[in-house]
Design a protein around this ligand. Structure first.
Ligand code: GCO
Ligand code: MN
Ligand code: MN
Length: 389
């Protein structure tokens, strides 16, 4: 490995306990790897060069732990963090694993389940803040339906809103320095999950009591599952100043939820994604929400984690090359550097500009006949990605 692709703290590479801790269970087969403890996982992440570790409440503290167990687990975890220097930038709630959440958490038809979900979330917000988290993620994996006969979608949206309003109220009341990041997914584990895309969440957030406290946590795989362009979702979130966190992984379109190693499948999309994040100087965590192939042992998990960070840095370097490539930049410039042909300056609306524009004669045929050289531009891009340029 060359030094240029070595992870460093300033890269803000983070993993969840559940990612490197994934033992390889799937709907068809049993675990293939030993279950490592949170302390072992912190040491593994430090060994591979990660900056931070994120957690669901239940990853760290078993849901039925006694208060004494909880105290011991948190003490040991803090000790491992102090020994390794790993940070905890983000925490989240498991509102999907326990059978009580089988019909949703915040959107469940059962008011007791909704209240339990709030309680569970507040308790882990307290712990996350204690461990230093500044971002709290909400992934509503069970907030959905198998059949629309079961739940009124408007009621579900209202309940979701009530829950988010309650919890922003809690954070304000506690004076925590914490923001929320909501994560969309179209399906899996539910047949249909509410708020299926990042765009849907961006609209929903504006209807909350404290929209300034709530952003998004888009995930590559989730937008790909919907057949969408992930980088476009990221651009919209960035434009809205709502990109509070990001889940990096990879995913083939049209497949089950694969959680592949970042950058391993959709090379071109990952290239443009990293280039975007770096070009706009995104300063948040680069969180990898993915896991090693089920064929791997613990050594393979380290390969997976190292590969995720290394690929990110390689894409970053390729983005720099693309930005500095004279031929590429000339083509990019040429696409918009066109003669004005007496076109009035547009700017903001004024009646005079509107009248001038209405009176202007366009050479429509010439506009349509101009070749844009995007074939050449794309070929050069591919050559950058493939490493021959
Ligand atoms: C998934 C999701 C989760 C969430 C996690 C954090 O598809 O299972 O991506 O991994 O990101 O629960 O909230
Ligand atoms: Mn996911
Ligand atoms: Mn995720």
């Amino acid at each position: 490995m060359t030094d240029a692709y070595e992870p460093r703290p300033e890269h803000k590479f983070t993993f969840g306990l559940w990612t490197v801790g994934n033992p390889g269970r799937d709907p068809f087969g049993e675990p293939v790897r030993p279950a490592l403890s949170p302390v072992e996982l912190v040491h593994l992440l430090a060994e591979v060069g990660a900056y931070g570790v994120n957690f669901h409440d239940d990853d760290l503290i078993p849901i039925d732990a006694s208060p004494a167990d909880r105290e011991r687990i948190v003490r040991d975890f803090k000790k491992a963090l102090a020994e390794t220097g790993l940070k905890v930038p983000m925490a989240t709630t498991n509102l999907f694993g326990d059978p009580s959440f089988k019909d949703g958490a915040f959107t469940s038809n059962d008011a007791r389940v909704r209240a339990y979900a709030l309680q569970k979330t507040m308790r882990n917000i307290d712990l996350g803040v204690e461990l230093g988290a500044k971002v709290y993620v909400f992934w509503g994996g069970r907030e959905g339906v198998e059949t629309d006969a079961s739940k009124d979608p408007l009621a579900a949206i209202h309940r979701y809103r009530d829950a988010m309003n309650f919890l922003t109220g809690y954070v304000k009341d506690q004076k925590y320095d914490l923001v929320f990041a909501m994560e969309a997914k179209p399906n899996e584990p539910r047949h249909d999950i509410y708020m299926p895309t990042t765009g849907a969440l961006l609209a929903f957030i504006e209807t909350l009591d404290h929209p300034e406290m709530v952003g998004v946590n888009p995930e590559v795989a989730h937008e790909h599952m919907s057949g969408l362009n992930f980088m476009h979702a990221i651009a919209q979130a960035w434009d809205a100043k709502k990109l509070f966190h990001i889940d990096l992984n990879d995913q083939a379109f049209g497949r089950y939820d694969q959680d592949l190693r970042f950058g391993s499948h959709s090379l071109k999309s990952c290239f443009f994604l990293v280039k975007f994040l770096e070009d706009v100087s995104y300063a948040g965590s680069r969180h990898f929400d993915s896991h090693a192939y089920r064929t791997e042992d613990v050594a393979g998990v380290k390969d997976f984690a190292r590969g995720s960070m290394r690929s990110y840095l390689i894409y970053k370097e390729k983005g720099r090359r693309w930005n500095e490539d004279k031929e590429i930049q000339a083509l990019v410039k040429e696409a918009s550097a066109v003669p004005r042909d007496g076109l009035p300056e547009l700017g903001g609306y004024s009646r005079a500009t509107a009248n001038a524009l209405k009176g202007h004669t366009f050479d429509r045929k010439a506009l349509g006949a101009r070749g844009l050289k995007y074939e050449r531009l794309d070929q050069l891009t591919v050559e950058v990605i493939l490493g021959v340029r």
